[in-house]
Design a protein around this ligand. Structure first.
Ligand SMILES: NC(=O)c1ccc[n+]([C@@H]2O[C@H](COP(=O)([O-])OP(=O)(O)OC[C@H]3O[C@@H](n4cnc5c(N)ncnc54)[C@H](O)[C@@H]3O)[C@@H](O)[C@H]2O)c1
Length: 264
């Protein structure tokens, strides 16, 4: 028996922002390998289709759904599409997230608003429209992708807006967990540390004046293991939180960082 046999998962941000394995893409494939049917949601049509294709090529079931999850109408449409195709929702995995470097002085107002909308408002909206379905079903699991930047200030880079939104994700996770626990609904967060995914290429300007190789060196050297984690480290943690193996774990902020936050 696979760990998610018969489950239906909406993975939001299921594509990846470049070639290789992003966290959302790995999670979608990992859930499918354990028997779940996946609605692969992304605003990038090619990225959503690529992940759905990978799943189908492995014999799984997946639907690509294109949506900008900062918009309420688009989020309602995801829920409707999932219910009409598969009749239920068991797992909501919120993965979208972007970074913009800088503190309050360097960040312009438009970037502040963008990071808040993509990283936090989207999690509010997906929760808002999926939770009533979970309530009717008397079951459901939410996994929110936060970051260790929500609990520790990064050493080599200033990411004020990002850290603030991820701290908001933690608070939203625990508020939902508390409110819905008695209905058999769980909500947990994953706090990845430094992970080598396509997304980090957008950060090399802030880390090392655009020198990608130098940024990789800096990030690897910061990790107690000497190496960044991979998208599969995040996916394996998500699999545990999505499955019944974690049925008494709720409101938890699970750090996946190779020991990074313990280092002084
Ligand atoms: N890589 C790291 O070191 C690291 C560390 C901590 C946390 N994280 C978190 O992991 C998550 C992302 O990881 P990833 O590797 O999958 O990133 P990614 O950029 O490869 O994938 C995210 C996907 O989300 C999509 N997306 C962005 N905005 C969207 C929107 N408004 N509507 C719909 N889709 C949208 C993008 O098109 C992209 O395909 C983020 O929440 C990020 O903060 C990453």
């Amino acid at each position: 028996m696979k760990r998610l046999e018969g489950r239906v998962a909406i993975v939001v941000g299921a594509g990846s922002s470049g070639p290789g394995w992003g966290n959302g893409k790995a999670v979608a494939v990992a859930y499918a390998r354990e028997g779940a049917t996946i609605v692969c949601v992304d605003c990038n049509e090619g990225a959503a289709r690529e992940t759905a294709e990978i799943i189908r090529a492995e014999g799984g079931t997946a639907l690509a759904h294109i949506a900008d999850v900062t918009k309420a109408e688009a989020v309602k449409a995801i829920v409707d599409a999932c219910l009409s195709a598969f009749g239920k929702i068991d797992i909501l995995h919120n993965n979208v997230g972007i970074t913009r470097g800088g503190g309050p002085v360097e960040l312009d107002e438009a970037d502040w608003d963008l990071v808040c909308n993509v990283n936090l408002k989207s999690f509010f909206l997906t929760s808002k429209y999926v939770l009533p379905v979970f309530s009717r079903q008397r079951r459901g699991v939410i996994i929110n992708v936060s970051s260790v930047a929500s609990i520790r200030t990064p050493k080599d880079i200033s990411l004020a807006a990002y850290s603030v939104t991820k701290a908001g994700v933690n608070a939203l996770t625990q508020a939902v967990a508390q409110q819905y626990a008695a209905q058999g609904i769980r909500c947990n967060a994953i706090l990845p540390g430094l992970i080598e995914t396509p997304m980090i290429s957008s950060m090399s300007e802030a880390y090392s004046e655009g020198d990608y190789a130098r940024m990789i060196e800096i990030r690897n050297a910061s990790c107690p293991t000497g190496k960044m984690g991979t998208a599969w480290d995040v996916a394996n943690a998500a699999l545990f939180l999505a499955s019944d193996e974690s049925s008494y774990i709720n409101g938890h902020l699970l750090v996946v960082d190779g020991g990074l936050v313990n280092v002084v």
